[in-house]
Each structure stands twice: as C-alpha cells, then as structure tokens.
Ligand binder design. Structure first.
Ligand SMILES: Nc1nc2c(c(=O)[nH]1)N[C@H]1C(S)=C(S)[C@@H](COP(=O)(O)O)O[C@H]1N2
Ligand SMILES: [Mo]
Length: 506
C-alpha cells in the first residue's frame, strides 16, 4: 500500500517537474505553447458551442482558470496512474510520459498561429518527466519503505520539498510567462499617442445619465484567448487582401495617420442572456473600414469580410453591412478601432487594433487584435463560431433590460424609480414600456440617444403597493415593431424575450 502511494506520488511529482520546466521554456519561446495552455486551448476549440455557452453563462470570466485547473487535475490523475504502472513495469513510465508529451506537442502545433518551435516546451516536459520518473522509481529490490531510512533522508520529506519547489517553479513560470509578454505590450501601449479625431463624436446630449458610457474597467470581455494576445505595435501590421484589386498593408503608425472617426457605439455579445451583462457602450476612435475597403477595391461577389486576429481567431462580417454602415443618418460607420474611451485600446479589448461593426454581435463583426482583413465569400469560408453552429448573419436583436431595482430587491412602498436601457441598433428606439404584474403596459420616459447605434436609457416612476410584484420591460423600435416576448436561447443567433424582475414591497 505504502509502495503504491509512493509510486502515484512519484508520478505526480515527475509530471509536475516536467510541466513546470516546459512552462518556463514556453515563457521564452511563446507563452501559448506551454503544454497546459496548449491543451486547454485545444479543449476550448473542441468544445461544442452549447457547452461553451453554458460555461460562459455559469462561470463567466472564471471559465478559463477553471478549464486550466481541470487540465492540471486530469494530468495529475493520469500521472499518478503512470507512476503506479511504472512501479510494475519500468517501460510503462517513459511510454506514458511520451504519450502525454505527444498530446502536448499536438496541441501546441495545432494552434492557429503555431510554428515548429512551439513543439519544444511539450518535448522538454516529456523528457524531463521521464528522466525524473526513472530516477525516482528505483529498480525492484530497493527498500520501498521510507521509515527504514534515517530522518534526514526521509523520502517523503524529500519529495514534499521537491513538490513545493515544483509548485514554486510552476507558479513563477506561469506568472513570469504572462508578465514578460504583458510588460512588453503594456510598454508598447504606454508609448501610443492617439491622434485627435478628424470627426469628433458630438457631445452627449443633456439628459443622458451617468452609466451611459461603460468604463474600460467595467466593459465586459468575451474571447477564446486563454492568454490574452500581447502585441508589440512595432511588429504589428494590418493587411487587406483576398478578393481585392489592390491589396495593401499598414503599419500602426500609418494607421494612426488615417482620418480618425470618434463615435459612441454599443457592443453586444450573442451569448448575452435576456437581462444579461455582456453589453456595453464606449466612445470608440478609429478608421473607417469602408474607406480602407474602397482603397483596396473590393471585387464583385466578395460578400464576406474575414477578419483574422494575431491569435488566429476568424470573424466573418457581411461586406454590404460594412459598406452601408454610417450611410443612413444616425448610424455609425464600421471602424478599425485604436481607441476606447479616450485611451488606446486596453490589452484585453484588442490592443493595438480591433474591428467594430455596430448592430452586429461581436463574434460576427468586432475582431480584437486584428491583423488581417481578407475579402472572401460566405460560400467559401466559415468563420470560427459559424463552424460551431452559430449563425453567419448576426444582426443584434432589439432588446431591453431593467437595471434598477435589482432582482429580489426589498423596497419601501411608495415612489420607486425603475430604470434601465433598451437598444435597437441601426433603427433606434421609439418607446419603452413597463408592465407591473398583469397590468397594462405603460410608457417609460426615454433619455436622449446620441445616435441610432447606442442603447437608450429609460426611467419609469412606479407607485409601489405592498406585496410581491414582477416588473417587465419591452422596447419598441422606430419602425413600430415591438420587441418579441418569445423566449429564445442565445444559440445560434441571440436571445429574445422580455426581461423581468421580481421584487417585494413592504
Ligand atoms: N480575436 C478575437 N476577437 C473577438 C473575440 C475573440 O474571441 N477573439 N470574441 C468576440 C466576441 S464573441 C465578442 S462579444 C467581442 C467582445 O469584445 P470585448 O471583449 O472587447 O467586449 O469580441 C469579439 N472579438
Ligand atoms: Mo460574443
């Protein structure tokens, strides 16, 4: 029994030594080639869209740490079994470690941006783990019982020390990894001076309340990146190619010299549930994408713009949507953004540049860390989320949300201010209506909206009587269409239904 435990322990410690060594090597080569990250990223790609949706909904921003923890736990379990097997047959150790190494190599090499060097960390991990295992598991006949040894050389104390050291190295490796790349990118971002807009956003109309603009710190973040791409602007370029007459490439400095448009636009995630938090409004600064496309000369039939990020993400947007954007008064042109709320784009939100297409869910119009724009067709290419079953065409659905009072709030009877937001991008909101319990729908008061592509704030004065009540909201767009109350899940093209909040009045 002792011996079996010892073998499991040895397996886990050896795997830990191997993986942390690989992680340190990855810090030098490419943070994303670390075996744990690479396997995690491969898992993300292989996960069905519905499961991923569920993960984002239930675990939110913690979905990735949880996934990485899962990979580590699974690896530890397999390593323990390998230790056990190696104690019986010595060859089982190296064979098993080699198999794990092969998985790591495969994961690293199948990353969209992989180069051959990315195989090195997993190879190093496997080699180090194997060597450690062979050293620790002495040939049969060696005294298996730790208690027979003098105190100072107590095997368990020794192994405990090793385990601690390994944990330290792993932690240092993981944080060092992201720190090294993160610092370089942060320095690069600190050095950016944003140009003044050639076309500034009109000042927000009076009557717009605080909270209209979402701060960069509070802005939701949704992406598939396990390690946020850290880009150095000096090595970054934006290429426009594919079905165009005049492909071209811009450096970051060249992009900054283009005419700059500033505008307020609301961005939505398709995974947002009715009433959910994955929506925000910012003041964006960027270059008209339609202008760049006209310069390149889009060829007939190129109905899809495929945007590629530095981490290999692909996002497909209808060419017509981009070319038409901003042509109807009140709508805002699609941009290649470099600024968000008077700052260079935050690293998490796509530094140094991202696409932004108002009125289209983020997965189909707003590629972060963009580096390439390829003119293509919907027939020829399915973007990342489309391959996973999401709709290729993804206009944002008209919706509304109650922000105050919060769910299950306890309120004093009398005047209660109910408040929230509503949006019908590209069309605009003409009314917001509130229903208390089964009463008639009554109009809320709208705050002014700066343009048709932002959300609108609304308030409703409610004379609350004691008891339990349900408040419900729905929006009406400027064509007179009432937001549908029919419930739909976010998959495959956005949630629908009326947001409601239950409260108790005393
Ligand atoms: N490169 C890249 N761009 C991306 C994504 C991504 O995973 N990778 N996610 C998209 C999705 S689903 C949304 S909703 C928006 C979110 O942008 P934000 O994180 O700045 O809020 O970015 C889009 N652009
Ligand atoms: Mo999204």
């Amino acid at each position: 029994m002792r011996r079996a435990l010892w073998s499991c322990y040895a397996g886990v410690v050896c795997a830990a030594i191997g993986v942390s060594t690989g992680q340190v090597v990855a810090a030098v080569i490419n943070p994303e080639s670390g075996p744990v990250y690479a396997v995690g990223a491969m898992t993300v790609d292989a996960t069905p869209a519905r499961v991923k949706d569920f993960a984002v909904r239930t675990a939110g921003t913690y979905d990735k740490p949880l996934l990485l923890a899962g990979v580590v736990v699974l690896l530890a379990a397999v390593a323990a079994l390998l230790g056990l097997a190696a104690a019986q047959r010595r060859w089982a150790g190296p064979a098993g470690m080699a198999a794990l190494g092969a998985i790591g190599v495969a994961a690293a090499l199948t990353r969209p941006s992989a180069s051959l060097a990315d195989a090195v960390p997993a190879l190093v991990s496997a080699a180090v783990a194997t060597a450690a295992l062979l050293l620790m598991l002495r040939p049969p006949g060696a005294p298996p019982d730790a208690s027979q040894r003098p105190r100072l050389l107590d095997r368990r104390a020794f192994v405990g020390g090793v385990a601690l050291a390994v944990a330290g190295v792993a932690a240092a490796g993981a944080t060092g990894t992201s720190r090294v790349a993160g610092r370089a990118a942060a320095r690069s971002r600190d050095g950016v001076r944003l140009p003044r807009p050639t076309r500034p956003a009109p000042a927000l109309p009076t009557g717009v309340e605080p909270g209209f603009v979402t701060s960069n710190a509070d802005f939701y973040r949704v992406d598939t990146a396990l390690t946020v791409p850290r880009v150095d602007v000096d090595r970054w370029t934006l290429t426009v190619r594919g079905m165009v007459d005049r492909p071209f490439e811009l450096s970051f400095d060249e992009l900054l010299r283009e005419p700059m448009i500033e505008q307020y636009v609301t961005l939505n995630c398709v995974s947002n549930e009715v009433g959910g938090p994955y929506i925000g409004t910012a003041k964006w600064l960027g270059v008209s994408l339609a202008e760049l496309l006209r310069r390149a000369g889009v060829q007939a039939g190129a109905d899809q713009i495929v945007a590629r990020s530095v981490d290999g993400m692909t996002i497909g947007t209808p060419t017509a949507t981009v070319l038409d954007s901003g042509t109807t008064p009140g709508t805002q042109p699609a941009l290649i953004c470099v600024g968000m709320n008077d700052e260079p784009l935050p690293l998490d939100h796509g530094f140094p540049a991202r696409m932004l297409t108002s009125g289209v869910y983020g997965y189909a119009g707003s590629c972060k860390w963009i580096t390439e724009i390829e003119l293509s067709t919907f027939g020829d290419f399915d973007a990342y989320w489309v391959r996973r079953g999401y709709a290729a065409q993804a206009p944002v659905k008209t919706s509304s949300r109650i922000d105050r009072p919060g769910p299950f709030a306890r309120l004093a009877a009398g005047r209660v201010v109910v408040a929230g937001v509503a949006w019908a991008q590209g069309t605009g909101i003409s009314a917001v209506e509130i229903q208390v319990d089964d009463d008639a729908w009554r109009p809320a008061t709208l705050r002014p909206e700066p343009n048709l592509d932002t959300w609108v704030q609304w308030t409703y004065l409610w004379q609350a009587a004691p008891g339990s009540h349900t408040l419900r909201v729905r929006a009406v767009d400027r064509t007179g269409t009432v937001q549908t109350g029919e419930r739909a899940q976010p998959f495959p093209n956005g949630a629908t239904g009326w947001h409601s909040v239950a409260v108790t009045v005393t």
